[in-house]
Design a protein around this ligand. Structure first.
Ligand SMILES: *Cc1c(COP(=O)(O)O)cnc(C)c1O
Length: 399
């Protein structure tokens, strides 16, 4: 029940045990094409360039940024948590001229602050996290695409923590590049990074010079530079996933099966229904920790549905509570980073763990462990408050 990785859906684990096939086996290429189609629906996009990067979510981030950024390009990164710093760091390694703006942890940016910074910095790329698990905040993105269009800026977002549990509209919001991972709301293991790219983003990638096997192919005489990574060169990866099927790496077969099954689980239940389920169980967990008398960190109006940062009460040993929950109840909750280190636990309700029984058992176990460490907590207060949330919803336990 941490902020990710989480327990995978059982059908995802089963899918990963399916037999392996060769990388040009018709079943393999058909599965790649089917997975691309499924993820177009997950992302809500018509983007032809919708595929998987082999590697964890960070591989998707790095592929997007190193392929979109030429050395010297200005990149604007609004930072509202740990993952904003990661985007800035990767952009710096891609030799961008990085500009950051910041809000304190626990807040998101007002649209006006991003509009002002885009107009002032005039970046080539705006790189913005959607949901930052380090703070639990969900940055509103609805109006950012329009601002980027007006200034000729490419809009990249890291939706790893939020996709599948919170609204996301690739095309309607005018996002040019977005990446994710499986181990949050999508309910799979880490190790595959779904990515989708607008035509504008693909044009930038295609305009860059190619270097392969020592032969330099200038697709555009003005190309400032080639991508300084082979593994994350999206131009080459697109040629592998596209009709030419030019060999690049060997697609990770079992991770492909996992990613496909994650998308199928989501789409069979329905995009809106899965988001509603995350909202419901997130609300129940939030009410439940409140019912135990615990405080919650951050601007709740902008909290992601799928994770809550719970303040550790004074005098309670945070790490001992976590390890006792794990040892005696088999329940893992998360610690935290940076300014929140030692101040909050992060409790997730995502993917397969966005379930009534998981929420109620976690609250009951937390109550018991808190009392063991000397905290005075209302008896049954967590479970009762969560049950009130479920009782107030038409479909008990969520649909
Ligand atoms: C969890 C998370 C990641 C994780 O990256 P990995 O490489 O899969 O560990 C990246 N970005 C955000 C916003 C996250 O919440």
């Amino acid at each position: 029940m941490g902020p990710g990785p989480i327990s995978a859906y059982p059908s995802v684990l089963r899918a990963m045990s399916a037999p392996l096939v060769g990388q040009y086996d018709p079943f393999m290429t058909a599965t790649m094409a089917e997975t691309q189609d499924l993820y177009r629906r997950v992302w809500a996009t018509e983007n032809d360039a919708t595929l998987l990067i082999d590697g964890t979510s960070r591989a998707g981030i790095e592929a997007a940024l190193v392929s979109l950024i030429r050395p010297g390009d200005r990149v604007l990164v609004p930072v509202f948590g740990r993952f904003g710093h990661l985007l800035a760091e990767i952009a710096e390694r891609a030799l961008a001229e990085v500009h950051t703006i910041e809000v304190p942890w626990g807040q998101v940016f007002p649209v006006s602050a991003i509009r002002e910074a885009v107009a002032r910095v005039r970046p080539h790329v705006l790189a913005l996290v959607q949901g930052d698990t380090s703070t639990t905040m969900n940055q509103p993105l609805e109006e950012i695409g329009e601002i980027c269009r007006a200034h000729g800026v490419l809009f990249y977002t890291d939706a790893t923590a939020s996709l599948g549990g919170n609204d996301f509209e690739m095309d309607a919001w005018g996002v040019d590049a977005a990446t994710a991972g499986l181990q949050k709301c999508l309910g799979g293991p880490s190790g595959s990074a779904p990515i989708t790219l607008s035509e504008r983003a693909v044009e930038v990638i295609r305009s860059r010079a190619r270097v392969e096997a020592g032969i330099r192919e200038e697709s555009d005489p003005d190309a400032a530079d080639f991508v300084r990574s082979n593994y994350f060169d999206l131009g080459m990866i697109l040629d592998y996933w596209g009709p030419r099927r030019l060999n690049h790496h060997t697609e990770a077969t079992s991770m492909l099966y996992a990613a496909r099954e994650c998308a199928r689980v989501l789409l069979n239940e329905g995009r809106a229904a899965v988001i509603a389920r995350h909202r419901l169980h997130g609300e129940a967990m939030l009410a439940g920790v409140g019912g135990l008398g615990l405080g919650v960190f951050g601007d709740l109006a902008h909290k992601m549905h799928n994770v809550v940062a719970v303040e550790i009460p004074d005098g309670v040993p945070g790490e001992a509570v976590r390890s006792t929950l794990l040892a005696d109840f088999g329940i893992e909750i998360g610690t935290s980073f940076g300014p929140l280190h030692g101040r909050v636990w992060r409790i997730g309700t995502m993917g397969y763990n966005a379930r009534t029984d998981a929420v109620l058992q976690t609250l009951a176990a937390l109550e018991s462990v808190l009392r063991r460490f000397g905290a005075s907590v209302p008896a049954g207060g967590g479970v009762a408050a969560a049950e009130d949330v479920y009782a107030a919803t038409d479909a008990p336990g969520g649909d």
